[in-house]
Design a protein around this ligand. Structure first.
Ligand SMILES: Cc1cc2nc3c(=O)[nH]c(=O)nc-3n(C[C@H](O)[C@H](O)[C@H](O)COP(=O)(O)OP(=O)(O)OC[C@H]3O[C@@H](n4cnc5c(N)ncnc54)[C@H](O)[C@@H]3O)c2cc1C
Ligand code: FES
Length: 517
C-alpha cells in the first residue's frame, strides 16, 4: 500500500528513457507500491518491499534476473518473485508488464507461480524422513526449503530451545532495546509448523547420534529414526570461568529466553557491566543504553572489533558508544566477581546490578564428535554441505565449508549465511548436488548505525577507507596481496551489494580459485 502520490502511476505508462543507471524505478499500481526493473531488454514489475524487514527494493541492485535487497541482501527472482536466497523466505508479488514502443505499462498482478509459493516438484527420489537437529536459522531455512521444493516426507525438527526458531539478531537489537514486539521474534508464526507438516519439538535435546542405526536419541531416552539428517546445532556462548562466574547476576545472550532474562534484570537496575567487546557485547550495550541503563564495557583488546574491522573502524565504533555514554575499560579482563563487585586485571573495581557476558561462542559439535564425524573447529562438510557420513549434512554456525572465494575452509557466525547454508543443504538432501558458494554477509547495528559486511577476511595486509566514518558514509576494503577479501560499508548499501555481486562473479568464473579439499 502506498500514500506516495509522487510515485508515477505505472498503469499509465512510463518512458523507457526515464530509468536511471540502476534500472530500477519506484511507482504504484493502484494502492500497491511497485518496482519496475529493467535488466537488458527484459522488464519486470515486482512488489517494492522486501519480505524480510520491508527493505526498499527500489534502492537495491539488479544482478541478472534477480533483485537484491539493500538492507540484508535477500535475493529475489524478478521472473517469479521467489525469495531465492535468505534472509527473505517469502516471495514478492509480480505484475504483468507490456511494452509499446518506448513506453512501458504495468498491467494486472500475476497469480503466485508454483515456484514462488514453493510448490515445485522434488528433484529426484527423496529420503523417506528428514531429521533436523536444531531449531534456529539454519534448521528452519532447511525445513522451509524442503517443503518449498515439494518434499512430502516426514520432517522432524528437534530443538533444545523452549521457543520456536527466533529472529536471533533482533534479540540484542530492537527487541532488547524495547523497540520490537515479542510477536516479531518467531521467524514463523506458531501455526506455520502445523500447516507445513513440520514436526517441531521444543525443549527436546538430542543427546546422542547413532549413525549405524540411523537414529538420534533424545534426553528422555526416545529414539527417532532418520534417513537423512541435518545437524544445525549452532553455537554456544563461551562461559566465564573466573571466581564468581556462577553468580545469578551473570547473564549470557543466545536465546529468546536469555534476552527476556536481561530485559527482566533491567526493570530494577541502574548499572550493567558488559564483559567482552564483541558485536553482541556492543549491541547489548547500545540496547541497554536505550533503556537508560549505565553501561561499562570490559574487554581485553585495545580497540573493540579491531580483529574483524580494523583499527580505524573499531575506534569509530568505540567513539560512537562513548558518545552514547558507554564507558570502556580496554586492555583488561575481569578476574573475579563477588556480590555486585567486579575486579579487573588492572586492579580497579566496578559495581554492577547485573553483568552480560559476550566473549564469543563455540560451535556446538558435541553430537558430531560423539558420532565420530570429521571435525575441524566445527563440523567439516564438503562443498555440498555433507559431513564425512553420507546422508548427514551440517549447516549454520556449526559447519565449516570449503569457501571458493578465500580458497579456505571457513566457518562463520552470520545469520544470513546460516539460513543460506540450510537452504542449500536442503536442496542437496533432495539430490541436487549444489555447491555452496554464497559470499558471506553479515550486518551489525549500533544505535542508528548499521554496518554491512560482505566477504571474509581473517587477516589482511591493507585496509582502504573511502568516504567519512564520522559522516556515516564510507566503505572499508580489506585486501591481501592486492585482492579484495571483504568490504564493510556504513550508509552505502548499494556499494555493499555491488561488492557482493563482484565476489559472486569471481566465484563463478573461478578467478578466486577452487577449494583444495
Ligand atoms: C544475540 C545475537 C545477535 C546476533 N546478531 C547477528 C547479526 O546482527 N547479524 C548476523 O549476521 N548474525 C547475528 N547473530 C548470529 C546469528 O544469529 C547466528 O549466526 C545464527 O543464528 C546461526 O544459526 P544456526 O541455525 O546455526 O544456530 P542457532 O540459530 O543458534 O540454532 C541452533 C539450534 O540448535 C539447537 N540445539 C543445539 N544443540 C542441540 C541438541 N543437542 N539437541 C537439540 N537441539 C540443539 C538450539 O537449541 C538452537 O535451537 C547474532 C546472534 C546472537 C545470539
Ligand atoms: S529487509 Fe530485505 S533482506 Fe532484510
Amino acid at each position: 500500500m502506498t500514500d506516495d502520490t509522487s510515485a508515477p502511476d505505472l498503469t499509465k505508462g512510463v518512458s523507457l528513457r526515464s530509468f536511471d543507471s540502476s534500472g530500477l524505478m519506484l511507482g504504484r499500481v493502484g494502492e500497491d507500491e511497485v518496482v519496475l526493473a529493467r535488466s537488458g531488454d527484459d522488464l519486470f514489475a515486482v512488489g517494492a518491499h522486501c519480505t524480510h524487514y520491508h527493505g526498499p527494493l527500489a534502492e537495491g541492485l539488479i544482478v541478472g534476473d534477480t533483485l537484491r535487497c539493500p538492507w540484508h541482501h535477500a535475493c529475489f527472482s524478478l521472473r517469479t518473485g521467489e525469495a531465492l536466497h535468505a534472509p527473505a523466505l517469502d516471495p514478492i508479488a509480480c505484475w504483468r508488464v507490456e511494452r509499446q514502443g518506448d513506453t512501458v505499462y504495468v498491467r494486472e498482478k500475476l497469480p503466485e507461480t508454483a515456484q514462488a509459493t514453493g510448490k515445485s516438484t522434488p528433484d529426484r527420489d527423496t529420503p523417506s524422513s528428514v531429521v533436523i537437529v536444531g531449531g534456529g536459522a539454519a534448521g528452519l531455512a532447511a525445513a522451509e526449503m524442503l517443503r518449498r521444493r515439494g518434499y512430502e516426507g516426514r520432517i522432524t525438527m528437534l530443538s533444545a530451545d523452549d521457543s520456536p526458531p527466533p529472529d536471533r539478531p533482533n534479540l540484542s537489537k530492537d527487541y532488547l532495546a524495547g523497540n520490537a514486539q515479542e510477536d516479531w521474534i518467531p521467524l514463523r508464526p506458531p501455526d506455520y509448523y502445523e500447516q507445513q507438516k513440520i514436526e517441531l519439538r521444543l525443549a527436546s535435546r538430542v543427546t546422542s547420534l547413532d549413525l549405524k542405526a540411523r537414529q538420534v536419541h533424545l534426553d528422555g531416552g526416545e529414539a527417532i529414526t532418520f534417513e537423512t539428517l541435518l545437524l544445525a546445532t549452532g553455537a554456544d556462548p563461551v562461559r566465564l570461568t573466573i571466581p564468581g562466574a556462577d553468580s545469578p547476576s551473570v547473564l549470557y545472550l543466545r536465546s529468546f529466553a536469555d534476552s527476556n532474562a536481561i530485559i527482566e534484570k533491567t526493570k530494577d537496575s541502574k548499572h550493567a557491566v558488559v564483559i567482552g567487546g564483541s558485536f553482541i557485547g556492543l549491541e547489548v550495550s547500545a540496547s541497554l543504553r536505550a533503556r537508560g541503563i549505565a553501561v561499562d564495557v570490559v574487554a581485553p583488546e585495545n580497540v573493540p572489533l579491531e580483529r574483524v574491522l580494523g583499527t580505524e573502524v573499531g575506534r569509530f565504533i568505540q567513539r560512537l558508544h562513548e558518545e552514547h555514554g558507554v564507558v570502556f575499560h580496554l586492555g583488561q579482563t575481569v578476574t573475579a566477581i563477588k556480590n555486585r563487585q567486579l575486579t579487573l586485571s588492572g586492579g580497579q573495581t566496578l559495581e554492577a546490578d547485573f553483568i552480560v557476558v559476550g566473549i564469543g561462542v563455540r560451535p556446538a559439535v558435541g553430537l558430531a564428535e560423539q558420532a565420530g564425524l570429521t571435525l575441524d573447529r566445527g563440523i567439516s562438510v564438503n562443498e555440498y554441505l555433507e559431513t564425512s557420513a553420507p546422508g548427514v549434512f551440517a549447516a549454520g554456525d556449526v559447519a565449516r565449508w570449503p569457501d571458493p572465494h578465500t580458497n579456505q575452509a571457513i566457518r562463520v557466525e552470520h545469520f544470513v549465511v546460516a539460513e543460506r547454508l540450510g537452504q542449500v543443504a536442503a536442496r542437496n538432501m533432495l539430490g541436487r548436488k549444489e555447491r555452496f558458494d554464497a559470499v558471506p554477509f553479515f550486518w551489525s547495528q549500533h544505535y542508528d548505525i548499521v554496518i554491512n559486511y560482505v566477504g571474509h577476511a581473517e587477516r589482511w595486509d591493507e585496509v582502504r577507507i573511502d568516504g567519512s566514518l564520522d559522516k556515516h558514509d564510507c566503505s572499508g576494503t580489506y585486501k591481501e596481496g592486492g585482492r579484495t577479501l571483504a568490504v564493510a560499508t556504513i550508509g552505502r548499501d548499494r556499494q555493499s551489494l555491488e561488492a557482493e555481486a563482484k565476489m559472486e562473479s569471481e566465484n563463478a568464473s573461478g578467478v578466486s580459485g577452487r577449494p583444495g579439499r
